[in-house]
Write a protein that binds this ligand. Structure first.
Ligand code: ADP
Ligand code: MG
Length: 788
């Protein structure tokens, strides 16, 4: 068999196909020969032999299922090389004709082939199941993937739907604003139309006024001309009168001369009668000449305008006449006077002529002057008109700018409110100020120990206070500490912003806390008398009314209402109730009035039966304050210093409307003078006093409970635990602003109470310094009370 193998060329990897064919041919041959000896090679041996056949090459491991099922399951594991070796196997027969051996080998070979086939089938089956499994897992993965894609798509769809609805809402809003804009545009167009109509009318008026002016000018010209002609006519008439008078005089003179001549001639002797007759004739002639001259004069009268031209000619005539007269003089010697008179007459005429031409010149000058003036006045009228137009344009422009400025003011005001609120929020919505009153004459007599001092370190300057008790120093810091010599004005400056907030529509509470005699009433109300002693309440009201006036110029209209009440032993007393002067305790406790406190949905508080007064000026409020003070002081005398045993609540409600911007604000300013905070032991109370003190303690501790609950943002805030906190519920918390004054007396005997007050105030103050205020306040105004 080895020799047979040697005869054959060893199978190479390149011609494996060939060798397989060879094997199959060979196999067929061997199968067809049952005498072939069976292959006795064991499986391990075969493996070794196969490795040799394959040149020791290691094939990659098959990815098929494990083939070591074992002979017990009838399947033996095969590798690729095993199969190839099996197929390439040759019968190893020494004797060609030993058929028995051959057939044994063949049987063995067939058995192994069968095993191989079985293994192959098993492999195939495994492959199929594996394939199925893989397919399933692939499907599963694909399905998962698709599911996740679907979920994502659903999410996308939801987001898109949300977006869509938002956009639809935006669109609706835009449509709304568009319609509003359209309305306003229409209104503007209507306004424009009416304005253009007015303009047209004005232009027409202007044109008619121009026409009227033109016609007036014409009339003026015509009148001027008429005046000139009248003047001419007048002067002509006057000159005529002159000449006529002259002529008359001359004629009279001539007549007289002639009569004289005649008488003279009569007196002459008769011999001269011939001469006389002659002279008479001459005289007649002279008369004739005179008449001719008279007619000439008349002619001159008619031609007065041409006198200047005619003058030479007349002079010539006069000369001729003079010559004639000389001739006649020679004859008679008696017509000289006549001639003279004629000459004078001519001279006179000449002078008249001259004066008249002078007059004409003057009149012409006047006319020219008047014309010039007319021109000037025309020009100035034109100028005035253009100036008028310019002024109109300027006014229009200014009006526009005014409207713009108004708009800007309104916007600026909005911004100011926002910024103002932000500033206050940054400062903290609950703030604590401490005020130490000066030492009074009846304080701490005999002791000169100073219990209150103010640290001068930079970081606590104006904010720190040290209290020494039994040699132990306690230090406190607040938002602000007012020293004994700080004036009422200094204090007010610090709270004026809160008052402004009330005008801007916020709810503001300002408390004065401290033991009796520490200066609460002085801080809130001040001292009657000099204006610099006025307290926060009157000063706030002055500011409110002053600012109201300024805001009214921007279109704001405010209504103010004042109420004042007192809470004594958990009972409300109306300090503005009519007929309160006859005060008595039983009426107070049992007046039949309920004074029930109710809050509506808008955060407004109503106290039934409480007197609410509309006020329009700070004077009115001063009057009401006086009334309330009187009402309290009546109680004070009859009820043992009751004023310091009750809480005084002054409330100013501010309702503002701006019709031009459609804005509305509702602010409340509460100014509260709390009852004295001294503890029970100090007042040494029994009976009614004990009840009083307990009521005070209860309400003050309720106030602190409310503040601390708000600061801790607790779900339940115990507003209802006292009348005071329930009354002020809407003004404590939410968007409201609270300020507490802690009043301290520097009297050494009060040091215990002062320490208590300062400790309480420090706890309140801690409400907003627990965590960085700035961050909290910037996020949301409600979180301003957060405590660390
Ligand atoms: P309270 O109302 O806390 O009982 P008051 O306001 O009645 O205290 O003050 C007690 C006294 O001290 C009053 O006579 C008041 O005029 C005076 N007083 C309080 N604070 C000051 C101050 N800052 N400057 C001057 N006098 C003051
Ligand atoms: Mg008081």
């Amino acid at each position: 068999m080895a020799s047979k193998n040697q005869n054959k060329a060893p199978p190479s990897p390149s011609n494996s196909k060939y060798s397989v064919d060879e094997v199959s041919v060979d196999k067929r041959r061997r199968i067809g020969n049952p005498k072939m000896p069976p292959n006795t090679v064991t499986r391990t041996q075969t493996r070794q032999a196969f490795s040799v056949v394959n040149g020791g090459q290691d094939l990659p491991p098959t990815s098929g299922p494990p083939s070591n099922c074992g002979s017990d399951c009838g399947v033996v594991g095969f590798t690729k090389e095993d199969v190839e070796a099996l197929l390439n196997e040759r019968l190893r027969i020494k004797n060609k004709f030993n058929y028995k051996e051959k057939s044994e080998q063949m049987a063995e070979y067939i058995k192994r082939l069968k095993q191989c086939i079985k293994w192959f089938q098993q492999l195939q089956e495994n492959y199929i199941t594996e394939l199925e499994k893989q397919k399933k897992s692939l499907m599963k993965a694909k399905e998962d993937e698709l599911n996740s894609i679907i979920v994502e798509l659903r999410k996308n769809l939801e987001a898109l739907q949300e977006k869509f609805s938002k956009e639809e809402f935006d669109k609706l809003e835009a449509l709304d604003s568009l319609s509003r804009e359209r309305d306003s545009r229409q209104a503007v167009e209507r306004l424009q139309a009416s304005l253009s109509e007015e303009l047209k009318r004005t232009q027409q008026d202007n044109a008619s006024a121009n026409q009227k002016m033109q016609s007036l000018n014409d009339m003026y010209k015509r009148l001027h001309e008429y005046n000139a002609s009248l003047q001419q006519y007048n002067s002509r008439l006057q000159s005529e009168i002159h000449t006529t008078n002259d002529a008359l005089k001359r004629v009279e003179k001539e007549k007289a001369a002639v009569v004289e001549n005649l008488s003279e001639l009569r007196g002459h002797n008769t011999s001269l009668q011939e001469q006389l007759t002659l002279s008479r004739a001459l005289h007649d002639e002279a008369i004739k000449q005179k008449e001719a001259l008279g007619s000439e004069v008349a002619c001159l009268r008619g031609e007065l305008q041409k006198v200047r031209e005619d003058r030479d000619c007349q002079l010539l005539q006069v000369q001729a006449l003079s010559a004639e007269i000389v001739k006649y003089k020679e004859c008679t010697g008696k017509s000289i006077a006549e001639l003279d008179s004629l000459t004078t007459k001519t001279n006179e005429l000449e002078s008249t002529c001259l004066s008249q031409s002078e007059q004409i010149r003057r009149l012409q000058e006047q006319l020219a002057f008047a014309e010039k003036r007319l021109q000037l006045s025309n020009m100035s009228a034109l100028e005035t008109r253009s100036e008028f137009e310019e002024q109109k344009a300027l006014i229009h422009d200014l009006k526009n700018r005014l409207a713009d400025a108004d708009l800007k003011i309104v916007e600026g005001e909005k911004l100011r409110k926002k910024l103002h609120n932000t500033i206050l929020e940054l400062k903290g919505n609950i703030r604590v100020f401490c005020r130490v009153r000066p030492l009074l004459s009846d304080d701490g007599v005999g002791t000169d120990t100073k219990v209150v001092s103010f640290p001068t370190a930079m970081e606590v300057l104006g904010r720190g206070i040290d209290l020494t008790q039994n040699g132990q120093k306690h230090s406190f810091t607040y938002d602000k500490v007012f020293m004994p010599d700080d004036s009422q004005e200094d204090v007010f400056v610090e709270i004026s912003q809160l008052v402004q907030s009330a005008l801007d529509g916020y709810k503001v509470c300002i408390f004065a806390y401290g033991q009796t005699g520490s200066g609460k009433t002085y801080t809130m109300m001040g001292k009657p008398g000099p204006p610099d002693q006025k307290g926060l309440i009157p000063r706030s009201l002055e500011q409110v009314f002053e600012t109201r006036q300024i805001l009214e110029a921007q279109g704001w209209k405010y209504e103010m209402q004042v109420s004042m009440l007192e809470i004594y032993n958990e009972t409300i007393r109306d300090l503005l109730a009519p007929n309160r002067s006859s005060f008595d305790v039983t009426r107070l406790e049992n007046s039949g009035k309920q004074y029930a406190i109710k809050h509506d949905a808008n955060g407004n508080t109503h106290v039934s039966d409480l007197t609410i007064v509309d006020v329009r000026s700070s004077k009115e409020v001063s009057y009401l304050l006086e009334r309330a003070a009187q009402s309290r002081s009546v109680g004070k005398t009859q009820m043992n210093e009751q004023s310091s045993r009750s809480h005084f609540v002054f409330t100013l409600r501010i309702m503002g409307v701006n019709e031009s911007t459609d804005q509305q604000v509702q602010g409340v300013l509460n100014l509260i003078d709390l009852a004295g905070s001294e503890r029970l032991s100090k007042s040494g109370s029994t009976g009614d006093r004990l009840k009083e003190t307990q009521a005070i303690n209860k309400s003050l501790s309720s106030l602190s409970d409310v503040i601390f609950a708000l600061a801790k943002k607790e779900e339940h805030v115990p507003f209802r635990n006292s009348k005071l906190t329930y009354l002020l519920q809407p003004c404590l918390g939410g968007d409201s602003k609270t300020l507490m004054f802690v009043n301290v007396s520097p009297d050494p005997s009060s040091v215990g109470e002062s320490l208590c007050s300062l400790r309480f105030a420090a706890r309140v103050n801690a409400c907003e310094i627990g965590i960085p205020r700035r961050q909290t306040n910037l996020r949301t105004s409600d979180s301003r009370l957060s405590i660390g």
